[in-house]
Design a protein around this ligand. Structure first.
Ligand code: ZN
Ligand code: ZN
Length: 399
């Protein structure tokens, strides 16, 4: 059976997949600067015998593994390859050799897993029909997101995949398990930059001022009605302000206040309406109080929707591969991920790979200087990814 063959190969290649991950972890590169990483991926693919590969968006790589009857159906597998500006604090043999840069979001795990899956898939390509498109994507961590650039460079054409599958590490899920969720899963994320201008002066003479601190206070409170009154209770939304800068003193009212925040939700129509509502409410309050406002909504990634059919099929395949007890249902996650750009274009399934191991002290979250994984996850990350792809190709529909 193909499933058992893939499992055997994932196990046989485990130490190689771990070595790939350690190399990537030691040599992290920031978003859109992944030149050495890209060369490494190209070389490895070539060494596996995967010759059909192409660069896109400078540091992205798209490769094809063709089975029998390659035109029948195509499924895409995506791994992101960039690291974060964080100084690693782990004391491990594979610690980052690039000070201040660290694979703290597990993209080294995604890349090595996808390389491992590629090696397996290339070996079993006589046993499936269709084509597997491998997408090694740069710049997930930085707006505008590598996914949006690759889509502009037609990554989803020639051949067009019927669906795309991606995985992401999750430090909350124990190693050995994975998590799935159909439908809305992750949030859109927009950055808000607001400047309120008034008239500053002596705090003892309010009648001579247009106080931007008071305007900012009213505005922040009033904007919460966008979430509590304008948003449908059926659509999760969150509005948070994390920075308010009023550089006055006990008796000095400043001329302006700068505010930064984030707006997140899971519906594109509502997202557009919310942008308009926020600006309108803020403007009304500030101008009504005699000030001026500059309100910039810097758009981030769209919300991420997992296609029902593709995700249910993948979830069932994961149960076959790992056992029912090792496949969890995920809750909505209000962080953002640029995999969402693909899911706006074609069916997508973004699932979570458990990497936690409390007995080994591996519990730190992503984006922290002590993030690490239990490397047993790599055998699952590579094998399951390969199995999900062939399972999806096996389905007879050619949509
Ligand atoms: Zn991240
Ligand atoms: Zn990530």
């Amino acid at each position: 059976m193909l499933k058992d063959q893939i499992k055997t190969l994932a196990k046989a290649y485990k130490s190689e997949t771990i070595a790939l991950r350690r190399h990537l972890h030691s040599n992290p590169e920031l978003s859109f600067q992944e030149y050495k990483t890209a060369e490494f991926i190209e070389e490895k693919l070539k060494s596996f015998g995967i010759e059909k590969q192409e660069r896109k968006a400078n540091t992205g790589i798209v490769a094809l593994i063709e089975g029998k009857n390659p035109g029948k159906k195509t499924i895409a597998l995506r791994g992101d390859i960039d690291a974060l500006p964080i100084m690693e604090q782990n004391d491990v043999s594979y610690k980052s050799l690039n000070p201040g840069v660290m694979h703290a979001c597990g993209h080294d795990v995604h890349t090595s897993s996808l390389l491992g899956a590629a090696k397996i898939l290339n070996e079993v390509k006589d046993h499936f029909e269709g084509t597997i498109k491998l997408i090694f994507q740069p710049g997930e961590e930085l707006i505008p997101g590598g996914a949006s650039l690759l889509i502009k460079e037609n990554v989803l054409e020639n051949p067009r995949p019927s669906g795309i599958i991606g995985q992401h590490v999750m430090s909350l899920i124990p190693v050995g398990k994975v998590g799935f969720r159909s439908g809305m899963y992750m949030a859109s994320a927009d950055e808000l930059y607001i400047t309120i201008k008034g008239k500053g002066g002596h705090g003892a003479m309010p009648e001579t001022l247009a106080d931007p601190v008071l305007m900012a206070s009213h505005m922040i409170v009033a904007l919460q009605q966008v979430v509590s009154r304008n948003a449908s209770p059926k659509i999760p939304s969150v509005l948070s302000f994390g920075r308010v800068e009023a550089l006055g003193a006990t008796n000095i009212i400043p001329n302006e206040v700068k505010i930064q925040g984030t707006f997140r939700t899971l519906n594109e129509e509502w997202r557009a309406k919310a942008h308009i509502a926020m600006v309108k409410i803020a403007k009304g309050i500030v101008e009504g109080m005699g000030g001026e406002i500059d309100f910039e909504v810097r758009k981030g990634y769209p919300f991420l929707k997992n296609a029902e059919e593709l995700t249910e099929k993948a979830k069932n395949a994961a149960k076959e591969y790992l056992g029912e007890e090792n496949v969890e249902d995920l809750d909505i996650w209000m962080a953002a991920e640029d995999f969402s750009y693909y899911t706006q274009e074609i069916d997508g399934c973004f699932y979570r790979l458990g990497t936690r191991n409390e007995s080994k002290g591996i519990t730190s979250g992503v984006h922290t200087p002590t993030f690490d994984i239990d490397e047993d996850a790599l055998e699952i990350g590579s094998g399951l990814m390969a199995y999900l792809a062939v399972n999806e190709l096996k389905n007879n529909d050619t949509k």
